[in-house]
Design a protein around this ligand. Structure first.
Ligand code: SAM
Ligand code: SF4
Length: 332
């Protein structure tokens, strides 16, 4: 288990760090949060900006992390996001830095984030219809998201990616319109299968729109051919649209799992390392950090946590149990 990288017992090496900066959100997507929100972490439980930068620094300097993605909850709710990004951009070697956001408020901060060193953004958008947006997210904010997307592109945070979750009977008819919209605007669209990570534990396999179905819906309007080349540890299978060069991605986390090639490690907003979205154990780096642990000790805790990474999510197994933390508190 010793050595420099985040190796697990199945031989995978994690180089891609997902950092959830906050569990709170300004939307209430039905598949992610109940209308009333969740029991948010209290402020003292959240890592400070300086604590995040220290832990990410250890991941980069001692553990071989090359890619850092900020997520949440809604990461733009952290006012100190530009300072955190700048702190991470100052690390050597400098990791690639990306952000996953619902896009609300992005129009205001896109330039500042680009100046701080952010490289790319993914914006989540499940529908182009304002009424439907309000129904899915329980907030009437579609124009803010569209403005955020445009601002990200203008700020050079590209290629701007759009993440969409299709829900049966709600927005599956928008597979092709979403792709048309993204192609016209120059965004890269990726569809994500809905996973059992909702706090309500209401996920129902039969309600999930599968990768196969998504491809079928798209093929009614577009010609799709597999993009040549290796998928590597990237979760999205990419398809050339009408011969290319434009592409569309489909992330079949449930029906086409990529666990065997997973290169991810996760840090929650309260300083817990998780080896997998679906892990049932966490390693408390915050207590060690606040207790005065040195970098080497924190790195060793992180290595141990990753060594125990499970082989796969096991959603198809009869004994599968959803983790206690929902997606919004792990960092999607
Ligand atoms: N609030 C930000 C956003 O929406 O982009 C970042 C956090 S959100 C949890 C990250 C991504 O996870 C979003 O694209 C969202 O659609 C997706 N997501 C949330 N719950 C999901 C679920 N149960 N299955 C699949 N994707 C989910
Ligand atoms: Fe918020 Fe993102 Fe969850 Fe929607 S998917 S409720 S935007 S955290």
């Amino acid at each position: 288990m010793t050595g420099l990288g985040l190796l697990d017992s199945f031989g995978r090496v994690a180089t891609d760090l997902r950092v959830s900066l906050i569990d709170k959100c300004n939307l209430r997507c039905t598949y992610c949060m109940p209308a009333e929100g969740l029991d948010w972490l209290a402020k003292p439980e959240l890592l400070t900006g300086a604590e995040f930068v220290r832990l990410i620094g250890i991941a980069v300097h001692e553990l071989g992390v090359t890619d850092v993605r900020f997520t949440g909850g809604e990461p733009l709710l952290r006012r100190d996001l530009p300072e955190i990004v700048a702190g991470v951009a100052a690390l050597t070697p400098r990791p690639r830095i990306a952000l996953t956001t619902n896009g609300i408020g992005l129009a205001k901060v896109a330039d500042a984030l680009a100046a701080a060193g952010l490289d790319r953004v993914n914006v989540s958008l499940d529908t182009l219809r304002a009424e439907r947006f309000a129904r899915i997210t329980r907030r009437d904010r579609l124009p803010d998201v569209l403005a955020g997307l445009r601002a990200a592109q203008q700020a050079g945070l590209g290629p701007v990616k759009v993440n969409s979750v299709l829900l049966r009977g709600i927005n599956e008819d928008e597979a092709a319109p979403l792709l048309r919209f993204c192609l016209a605007a120059g965004y890269q669209l990726r569809f994500i299968e809905q996973m059992p990570l909702d706090p309500q534990h209401g996920w129902d396999r039969s309600a999930m729109v599968t990768a196969e179905e998504i491809l079928g819906l798209l093929r009614q309007d577009f010609e799709l051919t597999p993009e040549p080349g290796e998928r590597g540890s990237a979760p999205a299978e990419r398809w050339l649209v009408n011969g290319g060069p434009d592409t569309v991605g489909v992330i079949g986390s449930v029906t086409r799992p990529f666990c065997a090639d997973c290169a991810r490690t996760r840090l929650t907003a309260d300083g817990q390392v998780r080896s997998c979205l679906f892990a049932h154990t966490e390693t408390d780096l915050r207590a060690a950090l606040r207790g005065g642990a040195g970098d080497a000790e924190l790195a060793e805790l992180w290595r141990k946590a990753m060594w125990a990474k499970p082989a796969g999510h096991g959603i198809d197994r009869p004994e599968f149990a959803q983790p206690d933390r929902p997606m919004s508190a792990i960092g999607g």
